[in-house]
Design a protein around this ligand. Structure first.
Ligand code: GDP
Length: 599
């Protein structure tokens, strides 16, 4: 049977542990595509992702492999995003597979995110093939890597394949293990259609291209399909497979991975994790695991200059076409004028959106410091979700405030354990839960902590304390009561709503002081003195002053040559786009992120 020869897999790996190189090797070994063409095709990702070494998601690829048993197998490799912001998508990609390769760089060991994703795979009942990679490196520590895999996940030295994407060692063993250890997909081809959406992208010409795993039944051009979560119906105009280019086929049937095009105009109608069924003969229960994506952090987004509001709106709408996780609604800030309150999955997602606005749409924008969503129970009995600190209710109206908490896993060399526990419990309001061994020299530390505390500079601090060796992963566990206060910032005695923030009462003074100090550095000097004040509960709790400018800085360009003067003026004009005049004070974009820049 054709389906017995299909294998659907993902690769779980930390950034830089060699996933791309390994896939390239597999494509090369199986003659899927020439080496030269491969780079551009398999790695068809955005610039920003590549620059940061973060592939949010690559196109799936189908590989034909003639195994030692003489049969030709079809292996579908489905990519998973490599960042905690996208862990829901990771879980859905894994749910589309029967197996996963767990790839670990032998010179680095198991990282926290890899560990977390392996557990997601185990929860989805995937067969796992542990691969110790980069064994060609002189500093590869194979023994210790295996010890970590054993302590953390329970694999022994005999379970592992020792490989190098560089020399090609282990690649044949990996291919054979995929074929023999990972089960063929099951599913009933005669049952009504049930397909899992594990990704969706928007194409200007064809509309939404759904990446799907057919679980039961089949789908053919002309079929009417229905989305389980919304009940929306569409007519299929094309189905096909990933080679990785899209190649049309007649049908996709149970066990197969492919794409579906059905005149869908909006990724919101093809939600990751949703079940596609037949409109004529729908199933009654969907596939498990579907969740509506909820933004975890919010920030204000404003055009660099007020007249670019419309342009900014169009740009976000375009981004939204391809990004179901992005949410936005108009917002009017007394300080910054018309803009948007935008919801993101996390800070990386926020950065990606901002950079795309600037690079693809060439729009300079002002982003305010992000914040988590607070649940506020009011004295009148209502509960409201607060996504904007400026809208935080007055103390007198509040019964209780709750903030989101996470479980935090940190894998670190044991020698940094003490400093990390100290840092997280005393400075980040974390609660230490437990420690587990991971090999001879490393440990896993578990904490509960507020999301707001680990969002900003946490990762950098973690790296600094552990000299770059610790890695982290977290999962939201829900809301817990918290004692927070709203801090308002006044610049030159005017309230700048876009600078207000919410902070735990225990840190009110420290954070307020650091923010006013930071703003003092970030806001340029003017001809007059500018007081910067932080106010909470009706009192000023911190203040710093920007001294008046003494000399006329422009003086130095007079008498200079004309091109230099032009350049300077041009630069100023550009700079203006990133400044906002509030009262008489010019506030640069960076100042709105002051809160993120304090340690
Ligand atoms: P990814 O981020 O997991 O996709 O990692 P890449 O495949 O891009 O590899 C990261 C870096 O490690 C690159 O510089 C590769 O050349 C290098 N690399 C990948 N596999 C191996 C290997 O088996 N041996 C050695 N020595 N280097 C490798």
């Amino acid at each position: 049977h054709k389906r017995d020869l299909i294998r659907n897999i993902s690769i779980i790996a930390h950034i830089d542990h060699g996933k791309t190189t390994l896939v390239d090797r597999i494509l090369e070994c199986t003659g899927t595509i020439e080496k030269r063409k491969m780079k551009e095709q398999y790695l068809d990702t955005m610039d920003i992702e590549r620059e940061r070494g973060i592939t949010i998601k690559a196109t799936p690829v189908k590989v034909l492999y003639k195994a030692s048993d003489g049969l030709e197998y079809e292996i579908n490799i489905i990519d998973t995003p490599g960042h905690v912001d996208f862990s829901y998508e990771v879980s859905r990609s894994l749910a589309a597979c029967e197996g996963a390769i767990l790839l670990v760089d032998a010179s680095q060991g198991v990282e926290a995110q890899t560990f977390a994703n392996t557990y997601l795979a185990l929860e989805n009942d995937l067969e796992i093939i542990p691969v110790v990679n980069k064994v060609d490196l002189p500093n590869a520590n194979i023994e210790e890597t295996v010890a970590e895999l054993e302590d953390l996940i329970g694999f022994t030295a005999d379970d592992c394949i020792y490989a190098s994407g560089k020399t090609g060692q282990g690649i044949p063993e990996i291919l054979e293990a995929i074929v023999h250890n990972i089960p063929a997909p099951s599913g009933d081809i005669n049952a009504p259609l049930k397909a899992l959406i594990f990704d969706a992208e928007y194409d200007k010409y064809r509309g939404v291209v759904i990446h799907a795993r057919i679980v039961d039944g089949e789908v053919t051009v002309g079929d009417k399909i229905k989305m389980f979560s919304t009940g929306e119906e569409f007519e299929v105009t094309e189905v096909g497979i990933f080679t990785p280019e899209l190649v049309p086929t007649d049908t996709l049937s149970a066990g197969e991975v492919g794409y579906i095009i059905a005149g869908i105009k909006d990724v919101d109608s093809a939600k990751v994790g949703d079940t596609i069924t037949s409109a004529a003969n729908p199933v009654t229960t969907p596939l498990p695991g579907f969740k509506e994506i909820k933004p975890m952090v919010y920030a204000g987004l404003f055009p660099g200059l007020p007249e670019y509001y419309e342009e900014l709106r169009k740009a976000i709408e375009k981004l939204k076409l391809n990004d179901a996780a992005l949410s936005f609604k108009p917002e009017n800030s007394p300080a910054l004028g018309f803009g948007f309150r935008v919801g993101f999955l996390g800070l990386l997602h926020m950065e990606v959106v901002r950079e795309r606005l600037e690079r693809e749409f060439e729009i300079a924008c002002i982003l305010t410091a992000p914040n988590v969503v607070y649940k506020v129970k009011l004295r009148n009995g209502d509960t409201v979700d607060i996504t904007n600190p400026a809208k935080f209710p007055d103390d007198s109206q509040i019964e209780e405030v709750q903030e989101p908490f996470v479980t935090l896993n940190i894998i670190t060399p044991s020698e940094y354990m003490g400093s990390l526990i100290g840092f997280i419990t005393s400075e980040k309001r974390g609660e230490f839960k437990e420690v587990e061994n991971a090999g001879k020299n490393r440990v896993v530390l578990k904490f509960d902590a507020p999301l707001a505390e680990i969002m900003f500079d946490f990762f950098d601090k973690l790296k600094a304390i552990s000299r770059g060796y610790a890695s982290m992963d977290y999962e939201i566990i829900g809301y817990r009561p918290s004692d927070v206060v709203k801090v308002t910032i006044l610049v030159n005695r005017e309230t700048v709503d876009a600078l207000s923030f919410i902070v735990h009462r225990s840190k009110e003074y420290t954070v307020a002081r650091r923010v006013v100090e930071k703003l003092k550095d970030l806001i340029p000097q003017h001809q007059f003195q500018i007081p910067i004040q932080a106010k909470a509960g009706g009192r000023i709790i911190a203040r710093s002053d920007i001294k008046a400018l003494r000399k006329d800085v422009l003086a130095k360009c007079y008498g200079g040559d004309i091109t230099r003067k032009m350049k300077l003026l041009e630069k100023q004009r550009e700079g203006k786009k990133r400044m906002r005049e509030i009262g008489k004070v010019n506030i640069p974009q960076t100042a709105f992120l002051a809160l993120m820049k304090i340690g």
